[in-house]
Design a binder for this molecule. Structure first.
Ligand code: SIN
Length: 280
C-alpha cells in the first residue's frame, strides 16, 4: 500500500489496495491514514454494494440513516443519485455539512463509491476542520472553546422541506418532525483517535449557539462557515469511474457541487457509527 498526499492540508491517495480484500494488518494502516489525512481516495475499485457493506463493517458498525430511504437489498447504503433530466435546482449534499452531525453520536466515517459519474462536474469538495481550527488566532480559539453548538436537521429534513426533496426522482427522502430535535455538541472537540483539536461545526446543521443572543449566534455561525470553508483548507475530488472516497466525518465538512445538468450521477454511500463528540 502506498499513501500519497493530494494537497498540503488534507486528502491522500492510497494505491495498490483492493478494499474488498484488504488484509487485517493493512486495515489498521488504512484507518490510521484515514484519520491522519482526513480524506482518502482509492481509485479503480468498482466495488459492489455487498463488498462496500462488508468493508464498511470492518471500520465499525453501521450508522443510523434517518430521513433517506436506503437501498432495499442493502439497508446500510444510500443511493446518492441525480438523473440526467433532473436539472440543477437541488442536489443531495449540495450545502457544506458533515454527515448527520445532529445525531447524539454522529458518524465517524463515510464511504462514497462511484457508480455512474458525469464526464465533467459533480465534484465533491472537502474541508479540514483541523486546519480551520489551527488557523484561528488565540483569542478566537479561547472564546470558541467555551461554546456549545446547537445541531438540528430542522432546515434540512423537517416537514417544510419535503417539497424540495420530493422534486428528486432518483432518491426518496421522507421528512418528519424528528428533524426539529436539537442536539448539543462542543464547538471545539478532541478527535477520539488522533487526539487532535478540531472545530466541530457546519452551517447546515448548526443553527444556534447555546447562551448567545440570536444575532450574535448568527454572526458567529456566518464567520465560522466562511472561515472553515476557505479554499486554503480544501481538497476538491474529481470523480472517475471506480473511485471510492472515504472521509473522517469528525474532522471534515464536504459539499457536492451541482454543476452537471444533463448528466446522470450515482454514488453509493455508507456511514460508520461514531461516538459522542468530546470537548478538547
Ligand atoms: C453526501 O453529502 O453525502 C454526498 C456527497 C456527494 O454526493 O458528493
Amino acid at each position: 500500500m502506498s499513501i500519497t498526499p493530494v494537497t498540503g492540508v488534507l486528502g491522500a491517495e492510497v494505491r495498490n489496495v483492493r478494499l474488498a480484500d484488504l488484509e487485517d494488518a493493512d486495515l489498521a494502516t488504512f484507518r490510521a491514514a484515514l484519520c491522519e489525512h482526513e480524506v482518502v481516495v482509492v481509485r479503480d475499485q468498482f466495488i459492489s454494494p455487498s463488498d462496500q457493506s462488508t468493508f464498511s463493517r470492518r471500520l465499525g458498525p453501521s450508522g443510523e440513516t434517518p430521513f433517506v430511504v436506503t437501498m432495499p437489498d442493502h439497508p446500510d447504503i444510500i443511493k446518492v443519485v441525480k438523473e440526467a433530466d433532473e436539472g440543477a435546482a437541488f442536489n443531495f449534499g449540495g450545502a457544506w455539512h458533515s454527515d448527520f452531525s445532529f445525531q447524539p453520536e454522529p458518524p465517524s466515517f463515510t464511504i462514497l463509491a462511484a457508480v455512474d459519474v458525469p464526464p465533467w462536474g459533480g465534484d465533491t469538495v472537502f474541508t479540514s476542520m483541523t486546519a480551520a481550527w489551527n488557523a484561528l488566532d488565540a483569542a478566537t480559539r479561547e472564546r470558541l472553546s467555551t461554546l456549545t453548538a446547537v445541531h438540528t436537521a430542522r432546515d434540512a429534513y423537517s416537514r417544510k422541506m419535503q417539497p424540495l426533496h420530493s422534486g428528486m426522482r432518483g432518491m426518496t427522502i421522507v421528512c418528519d418532525d424528528s428533524a426539529n430535535d436539537e442536539f448539543r455538541h462542543p464547538m471545539v472537540c478532541r478527535h477520539p483517535e488522533t487526539g487532535r483539536t478540531l472545530l466541530f461545526f457546519n452551517r447546515a446543521y448548526v443553527r444556534d449557539v447555546e447562551g448567545l443572543e440570536h444575532d450574535e449566534a448568527q454572526a458567529l455561525i456566518s464567520f465560522l462557515h466562511h472561515h472553515s470553508t476557505d479554499a486554503r483548507f480544501t481538497y476538491r475530488h474529481r470523480w472517475l469511474p471506480g473511485d471510492v472516497v472515504i472521509w473522517d466525518n469528525r474532522s471534515t465538512q464536504h459539499l457536492a457541487v451541482n454543476d452537471y445538468g444533463g448528466f446522470r450521477r450515482e454514488l453509493h454511500r455508507t456511514t460508520i457509527a461514531g461516538s459522542r463528540p468530546v470537548p478538547a
